[in-house]
Design a protein around this ligand. Structure first.
Ligand SMILES: [Zn+2]
Ligand SMILES: [Zn+2]
Length: 238
C-alpha cells in the first residue's frame, strides 16, 4: 500500500505544461483516501494544473488546508463547489472563519483541529501553533515503513513538527515532504536542521515551496538518493 503524492502547485515546476507560482498544493492517495492538501497561491493556475493532470475533484475524500495564508488557500473557491458533499474538510484553529462558513452550505463534515486528530486509523492531522494567532496543520500518515509527514509552510518549525509526531506515535519517520520554511534562516541553522532530521532517522526528504534553494541543496547533499527534487507536476510514491 504505497503512498502516492501528486504535486499540483509549487514555486518550481517539473513540467512546462503546468504553471508554477509561490504556494503549495498536493494530492495524497493512501489507504483508500484521496486527500487534497492546500490549493496553491493562484486559483486559475491551480485549477488549470489540476485539470491538466486529470484530477477529478469529485473523487476527493478529504480536503485539508494547512493554514490560512493566501499561498495555500487560493483555489478554495475553485474546489469547494466541485467536491462531493461527503468530502470531509479539515482546517486548523484560526483558519478563516469566512471560508469555513462558505463551506458549511455544501459540506456535511467540517473539523476544526486543535491539536492531533485521527482522520482514519492510518491518517492523522497534527496542529501546532505557528505564530501570533496562527495555527498550522500537517498531515501524518502511518505506513509500514514509518511515518510520512506532509507540511504546508511549517510555520511551527519543521523540526518541532517532526519531534511532536515522533513523541506521539513512537515511530521513525519514513519521509517528509512539503515546505520546510527555512528560507530566511541563517546557514548554520539549516545545517542544524539537516542534523536534526538525521538524528530523528528521517529516511527520505522532499523539501519544496518555502524551504529555500540553499536548504534544498543542503538536504540534497546530505540525503543523496533519498533526496527527492519535487515541483509542480511531480508524481512520486513512497
Ligand atoms: Zn504561511
Ligand atoms: Zn506558504
Amino acid at each position: 500500500m504505497p503512498v502516492k503524492i501528486t504535486i499540483l502547485y509549487d514555486n518550481r515546476s517539473d513540467n512546462c505544461q503546468l504553471q508554477e507560482g509561490w504556494g503549495f498544493s498536493a494530492l495524497i492517495e493512501y489507504d483508500g483516501c484521496k486527500i487534497l492538501f492546500d490549493t496553491g497561491g493562484d486559483a486559475s493556475a491551480f485549477a488549470s494544473n489540476a485539470d491538466k493532470m486529470g484530477i477529478c475533484f469529485d473523487e476527493i475524500t478529504h480536503l485539508l488546508f494547512s493554514h490560512r495564508h493566501w499561498d495555500h488557500i487560493a483555489g478554495f473557491k475553485e474546489i469547494i463547489d466541485k467536491v462531493n458533499d461527503k468530502t470531509a474538510l479539515y482546517v486548523p484553529k484560526t483558519f478563516s472563519w469566512f471560508l469555513r462558513k462558505k463551506s458549511s452550505s455544501h459540506l456535511k463534515k467540517i473539523r476544526v483541529v486543535k491539536a492531533l486528530e485521527e482522520i482514519t486509523p492510518n491518517i492523522y492531522s497534527l496542529v501546532l501553533k505557528g505564530g501570533f494567532w496562527l495555527y498550522e496543520q500537517a498531515l501524518v500518515l502511518k505506513t509500514p515503513e514509518g511515518l510520512g509527514i506532509i507540511t504546508g509552510c511549517a510555520h511551527p518549525g519543521i523540526v518541532r513538527i517532526l519531534k511532536t509526531a515522533v513523541q506521539h506515535f513512537h515511530e521513525k519517520i519514513y519521509f517528509v515532504l512539503g515546505g520546510f520554511h527555512l528560507l530566511y534562516n541563517p546557514a548554520e541553522s539549516i545545517v542544524q536542521a539537516v542534523k536534526e532530521f538525521q538524528k530523528l532517522g528521517v529516511k527520505h526528504v522532499a523539501p519544496c515551496h518555502c524551504s529555500g534553494d540553499h536548504t534544498i541543496r543542503q538536504f540534497q547533499e546530505a540525503y543523496g538518493p533519498n533526496f527527492h527534487k519535487i515541483g509542480t507536476g511531480t508524481i512520486l510514491s513512497f
